[in-house]
Design a protein around this ligand. Structure first.
Ligand SMILES: Cc1cc2nc3c(=O)[nH]c(=O)nc-3n(C[C@H](O)[C@H](O)[C@H](O)COP(=O)(O)OP(=O)(O)OC[C@H]3O[C@@H](n4cnc5c(N)ncnc54)[C@H](O)[C@@H]3O)c2cc1C
Ligand SMILES: *[C@@H]1O[C@H](CO)[C@@H](O)[C@H](O)[C@H]1NC(C)=O
Ligand SMILES: *[C@@H]1O[C@H](CO)[C@@H](O)[C@H](O)[C@H]1NC(C)=O
Ligand SMILES: *[C@@H]1O[C@H](CO)[C@@H](O)[C@H](O)[C@H]1NC(C)=O
Ligand SMILES: *[C@@H]1O[C@H](CO)[C@@H](O)[C@H](O)[C@H]1NC(C)=O
Ligand SMILES: CC(=O)N[C@H]1CO[C@H](CO)[C@@H](O)[C@@H]1O
Length: 586
């Protein structure tokens, strides 16, 4: 073996170890994620970041102070204090998972209102199947509280570390086309929101929005710009059981199946593995509660991992990205794939996977996130993306494509894959996840039935450092947004995706009207929300290497990395795209 080959084979070995991560090990310990808010002086002179720490250095955001109300009364006082001083404010949550800088108050002297202590169940009405919770409650606790009363939230994100206030604000969802569909905001039947008010009303007021209140369609998905949601009431269903089978199939008929699968199964979703030419279909339906089974979702991605392994894996991945070859990258990916946990980490009884179908109660099957559950263990283990260790660092692009166009979109992605299959080994992670979301009455919800697409991909710690085959994801994103009328997930994505997006929401003007009524001085608005809501400026930042970071679509080679052989070129399938292509690729 030459020296280079040896290095590569080492890298391959460790990368396989990474993909093993959380896979063979069932880790008891775990350090829960850090608080996103840090202050140098008690509760003053603060910064806020997200759970990945990806606001740090380049885009850290500052605030004058933080408050931790633990009752609605304290919340009203906090909003009044900031409003009377005409200070900007914004909610931060227990872990703050949004990618975009949604949690930053405008300017650098605002107030952060943390919902970390607004985490209680207010009331459960078992007869009417309603639950009212405080907005900072973590999804895990909400699901458990509902189940304890014999009730289920029918759909939710798959990761239970999110808060109800945060996930609603960004339109977060699970997957489903039946009934009201996969988005959580469809199940909201009331909320209480604290907004600024005129001085004669004490600078802050609580607005109660019942099921028939027209403003509920603004407040359900609000990007946090209307005020602070204090409490949320959700319509639940009697606790039910689900039966899940993951069916892996050749992707040759994927274009035909992608639009249909969601009609066949209530909780259907799909993971496309372009590099393997296959699709994992989630065949997932409600079954009678008498059906035996005590299945549990404990997705490998969301389990706790030994820090040492995460760090080693990241180092290997960096070597492969920067200095590896396609052959080495694909070999590493292949090796990892063969060692994946069966059933993505679902088990039949909470311990092991013994075969399909996996039958279990909704509250055990709908979401997971065991890496936030364990006691503090001094970072011996953690969630893979914990910013305190040099572990996983990723981009997560999320966007929806109208259901009526998803077959054509998938066909285009397959064409791109067929042109250069090896490039898709750079999409190492979880494949392309596709989930169903229904058209919503929420002004910033999906205007039509859609498929939400999630792609997780490598991100360098060095700003402007190109990814191997960066052009592939760039082209897919631009194709979805530009050719198929796609919409970025409010809580995910890269900046350029939000440019002009508000014009594709037919009810945006209604949303802005409510915003002007609730918060006429824009105290809950920030530079970022003004940009994405089309109030002021654009989320695009044009500078050297901006396209590498997703801050712009390139229009000049300088927006890529010409010194490293990445130039601005048309897309290969969607030729209107402008992507950073390596000279090796054309
Ligand atoms: C590991 C992981 C898994 C994920 N899985 C999914 C998934 O399965 N499906 C999906 O759709 N998304 C998913 N997401 C994305 C996630 O849904 C969004 O990023 C979500 O907004 C984060 O919720 P949060 O509680 O962390 O809120 P934050 O990110 O802290 O806040 C989001 C926004 O809401 C505002 N806000 C929060 N609470 C309130 C309140 N009480 N009143 C007013 N404004 C408020 C904040 O100010 C901010 O503007 C995932 C993200 C991660 C990191
Ligand atoms: C505020 O915090 C920053 C670091 O974020 C620090 O450099 C600065 O000295 C602090 N200022 C005061 C007044 O404490
Ligand atoms: C709610 O928050 C308080 C204060 O942060 C904490 O002590 C308590 O354990 C939390 N409750 C739950 C159910 O997480
Ligand atoms: C999928 O099916 C097509 C056509 O039937 C075939 O050419 C291809 O080799 C198959 N792919 C895999 C990964 O089995
Ligand atoms: C890639 O190779 C260069 C040149 O040998 C080296 O400086 C760099 O550190 C390597 N990158 C990684 C992540 O190993
Ligand atoms: C989660 C995520 O990928 N967030 C990123 C979205 O895009 C901007 C800029 O492109 C990044 O700064 C975020 O970290």
């Amino acid at each position: 073996m030459s020296q280079g080959e040896q290095a590569q084979s080492r890298a391959t070995g460790s990368l396989a170890a990474v993909l093993l991560v959380g896979i063979l090990l069932q880790f008891a310990g775990c350090s829960p994620p850090p608080d996103p808010v840090t202050c140098t002086d008690g509760t003053s002179n603060c910064t806020v970041t997200n759970t990945y720490g990806s606001f740090t250095d380049r885009t850290i955001c500052h605030a004058a102070n933080v408050v931790y109300p633990s009752t609605e009364q304290e919340l009203v006082a906090a909003v009044a204090a900031a409003a009377s001083a005409k200070r900007k404010m914004k909610v931060a949550t227990k872990h703050s998972h949004s990618g975009p800088k949604l949690a930053c108050p405008g300017g650098s002297q605002g107030t952060i209102i943390s919902t970390a202590r607004l985490n209680r169940t207010v009331r459960i009405d078992a007869e009417r199947q309603l639950i009212t919770v405080e907005s900072g409650m973590v999804l895990r606790d909400l699901i458990q509280a509902a189940a304890a009363a014999g009730l289920s939230l029918p759909h939710s994100p798959y990761w239970y570390g999110l808060t109800i206030g945060g996930l609603l604000a960004t339109g977060a969802h699970g997957s489903g086309l039946w009934g009201k569909g996969g988005a959580v905001h469809e199940y909201v039947v009331g909320l209480r929101i604290v907004t600024p008010a005129p001085a004669c009303h004490g600078f802050a007021m609580v607005r109660e929005l019942g099921a028939d209140h027209p403003d509920l369609d603004a407040a359900k998905v609000s990007l946090g710009v209307l005020g602070v949601v204090s409490q949320v009431t959700l319509a639940l269903q009697p606790l039910f059981k689900r039966s899940v089978t993951f069916v892996r199939r050749n992707d040759s008929d994927f274009t035909a199946r992608v639009a249909e699968w969601g009609r066949l199964h209530e909780f259907a979703d799909m993971i496309w593995l372009p590099q393997h030419g296959s699709v994992i279909y989630r065949q997932d339906d409600r079954v009678d509660v008498a059906t035996p089974g005590n299945g549990l979702s404990d997705l490998a991605l969301f389990r706790s991992n030994p820090t040492a392994l995460l760090v080693r894996a990241r180092a290997a991945e960096e070597r492969l990205q920067e200095n590896g070859t396609d052959i080495a990258r694909c070999a590493a990916e292949q090796e990892g794939a063969t060692r994946q946990l069966p059933a993505l980490g679902f088990t039949n009884d909470g311990v092991s996977f013994t075969g399909y179908p996996i039958v279990g109660y909704q509250h055990r099957m709908q979401a997971s996130g065991s890496c936030i559950d364990g006691p503090e263990d001094d970072l011996l283990s953690s969630c893979a993306w914990d910013p305190r260790i040099r572990g996983t660092f990723l981009y997560n692009s999320g966007f929806s494509v109208p259901l009526s166009k998803v077959s054509a979109f998938v066909a285009d992605m397959q064409r791109l894959r067929d042109l250069k299959p090896a490039a898709f080994c750079a999409l190492l992670r979880a494949g392309v996840v596709l989930r169903y979301v229904k058209a919503s009455s929420a002004y910033l919800g999906k205007p039509e039935d859609s498929v939400d697409v999630d792609i997780i991909f490598y991100r360098s710690h060095n700003e402007g450092m190109p990814r191997a085959h960066a052009d592939v994801v760039d082209e897919i994103e631009q194709m979805a947004l530009g050719k198929y009328g796609g919409l970025p997930h409010w809580g995910k994505n890269r900046s350029f995706a939000f440019d002009g997006v508000i014009t594709r929401y037919p009810k945006a003007h209604k949303f802005l009207k409510v915003k002007n009524m609730y918060d006429p001085d824009g105290l809950f608005s920030s530079e970022w929300t003004d940009q994405v809501l089309g109030v002021n400026g654009t989320p695009n930042i044009i500078k050297k290497r901006c396209a590498i970071e997703g801050l712009c679509v390139c229009s000049d080679d300088l927006h890529c990395a010409p010194e490293q052989g990445y130039f601005c070129r048309p897309g290969k399938v969607y030729t209107k795209a402008r992507v950073c292509s390596s000279t090796e690729d054309y």
